[in-house]
Design a protein around this ligand. Sequence first.
Ligand SMILES: *Cc1c(COP(=O)(O)O)cnc(C)c1O
Length: 745
Amino acid sequence: MHLDFPVIIIDKDYRSESTGGLSIRALAKAIEKKGFEALGVTSYGDLTSFAQQQSRASAFILTIDDEDFREGRAEPTVASLRAFVKEIRCRNEDIPIFLYGETRTSVHIPNDVLRELHGFIHMFEDTAEFIGRYVIREAKAYLDSLAPPFFRALTHYAEDGSYSWHCPGHSGGVAFLKSPVGRMFHQFFGENMLRADVCNAVEELGQLLDHTGPVAASERNAARIFCSDHLFFVTNGTSTSNKIVWHSTVAPGDVVIVDRNCHKSVLHSIIMTGAIPVFLMPTRNHYGIIGPIPKEQFRWENIRKKIESHPFARDVKAKPRVLTITQSTYDGILYNVEEIKEMLDGAIDTLHFDEAWLPHAAFHDFYGDYHAIGADRPRCKDTMIFSTQSTHKLLAGLSQASQILVQDSQERKLDRDIFNEAYLMHTSTSPQYAIIASCDVAAAMMEAPGGTALVEESIAEALNFRRAMRKVEQEWGADWWFKVWGPDDLSEEGIEERAAWILKPGERWHGFGMLAEGFNMLDPIKATIITPGLDVDGDFADWGIPAAIVTKYLAEHGIIVEKCGLYSFFIMFTIGITKGRWNTMVTELQQFKDGYDQNLPLWKVMPEFLAKNARYAGYGLKDLCKQIHGIYAANDVAHLTTEMYLSDMEPAMKPTDAFARMAHREIDRVPIDQLEGRITSTLLTPYPPGIPLLIPGERFNATIVRYLRFARDFNERFPGFETDVHGLVKAVVNGKPVYSVDCVR
Ligand SMILES: *Cc1c(COP(=O)(O)O)cnc(C)c1O
C-alpha cells in the first residue's frame, strides 16, 4: 500500500543559505530519495494547531543548535521544546520525534524531554544518507505498527491482487468496468474500496459470524481498548445490536423493563421476542425535551409494584430478564450507571444500556460513572452489563458500524456460544468488510492517549460554541437570541468539572423537577438550541420562531442539523468536529436573525423552500414564523405533545400478539376520528421527535387522538411543515386524504 505520510522537519533555517540550512535540506533530499516525502517548515506557529499534524506525519525532525542555548535563551528554548513534545505526546505516544543539532547541544536537553525522543541526530557526524536511512527505518516501523489486525489483513489481501472466483460478483470491481455507468461507479468509489469488498470465503481474513482469525483479533483489541470483557462488531447498526442482545436473553412471555423513551429497535425487539414490556416513564419538559427517568422508578420495590399492577406481567413468576434504557437521550441526558447497578444487581438478569450516542464516554474522565462500561468499573455480583454503541454516530465508523460490549458479573460469565446463536440470527451471512474494518480502525483511534485527546477536543469545541452563543447574546442579540440548553453558569474557558453538568434538583433550566442528587448529567457535546417563543413551562410568548423554519433555513445555507423539535433543534460535536466549524453555525444564525428582524422575503432567503411550497409566496421570514407560531400557540401544542407522551397507555394485548394480527390481516384500517379505544397493531411514531408514542397492543386514548387530529389539520394547512407520523396510512377518498391506523379487529 502506498502511504502518504511525510517526515515533517521544523527548522528556522530551512530556507536559508546558512550551513544549517544546507545541511537540513540535504537531509530532506536524502529522505525523499528513499521514497518518503519531506516537508520543511520554518516554525510551527500555533503549537496546538500544529500538533494536529501528528495524524499525517511519519516522523518529526526538530532542529536545535547552540545558538538556542546562548546566554539567557536556554530556558525559553527548553520550555518551548518541552511544550512541543508534550503537545505531540498527549495525542500520539509513538510517532518518532528526532532532535537534530550540534553535538554540544544535546547536553542541554533535560532528561524528561530526551526520554520522549527517538533520538538526537548529530548534525555533522554522519552523512545525510546515513541519517536519512535511520529516520526512515524508524518512520516505517512506526507506520507498520499502526494498523489494527483486521484492517491490516484486509489491506494486505486487497494489495495481493489474487484472482477471485468467489462472490461478490463484481470480482474486485472488474465487473463495473464493462459498462459506462459501472465505470462511473468504479471511478467514484475507487479501486481499493472495490478490491477490499470481499466475501467471507476468504479464509485469511477470519470470520465475523464465528469470530475467528483477524476479525476475532480485532474484536479482542477493541474489547481491550473499550475495557469490556467481550466486544462484538455488528455491521447492521445498533438497531441490530439491540435485537441481538435481546434475543440472547429474552424469550416469549418474559417480563422486560424498558425505557419508554427508547429507540424503535428496542420496541421491535419486544415484538420479535414476545416479551411483556413494563415501561419506565421519563420526565419531559415543555420544550419537548425528554428528561431522565427519575431515580425512584429504578428502585426494585417500585419496579415490582409496577409489575404487580400490570395486567399481563403480574402473573409471571420469574424475575425480569432485561432492563433497557437509553443512555444518552437525543438531548444528552446520562445516568449514573453505578447507582443503577447498585439498585438492581441480582433483581434483573441483564442491564442493557443503549449507548448509541455514547461510544466516546469511556475515553475521558469527564464522564466518570455516567456510562456503562469502562476502566476500573466494579462488576455486579450477579447481573450482566451490556452496552450497544453506534460507532458510526460519534466515532469514525462507516454507516451501520456498531458494537456490543459486555461486562461479566462476579458469578456469571457470558456464554459466548449461546450469545452467538442470537448474533447469527440477525447478522447477514455476507457482512460488509469495509464496515468491519471501520469498527476496527475506529477502536484503534480511541486508544490512549489519542482517543482521550479527540474526546477532549469535542468537549472543548462544544463548550466554545456555547460560550460563543452567549457572547453574541451579550453583544448583539440583546432583544432576542437563540439559547443553548444547559446549565446557566459556564466557566470562561477550558473544560469544566463534571459537577457543572450534573442536573440538580429543581433547577429551572432543565425543567424536570426534583431529580435525585447526582443521578444524571448532561453531555455537553449534544447541543440543543432553543428558539424563542416557548418557555420551559410550556407557555407561548406573543411571538416566536418555530424551529422547523430555522432548520429549513439552515439547510438552504448548507447546514443540516441532527434533529428538530417544536422550538428546539440539536447539533452534535462528534470527534469529526474541526476547530471553529461551529463558527458557521453562529454566523448563519445571526443571518437568520437579521432576516427575521427585517422580515426579508422568502424568495430571497429560502428560495428552495418557496419553490416547493408556492403557497407562501409573498411571505417574509417573520410572517411565516408568525403564522406557524400562532397555530402552535392557539392549539397549545407544547402541553398537548407533553401530555400525550405522559398519558396513560393501557396495554390491552401483548405487543407481539397485536403485531401478529397484521400478518394474518386480522385488522381494520381505522380513520383518526374513530381511533379512541381501539388497539393499535403497529408502532405509532411522530417525527419530530421520532420517539414511539403508541406500541402494538396499546389502546388509543383521547389525548393521542386529539394530537393526531391536530397534526392532520395542521399538515393540510401548512404544507412544508408536516408532522410525519409513522404508522399512519394515507389513502385518498373522493379526492381528500384520509389517515388511518391499522388496529386489531
Ligand atoms: C440511532 C439509535 C439506534 C440505532 O442505531 P443504528 O446504528 O442507526 O442502527 C439505537 N438506539 C438509539 C438510542 C439510537 O439513537
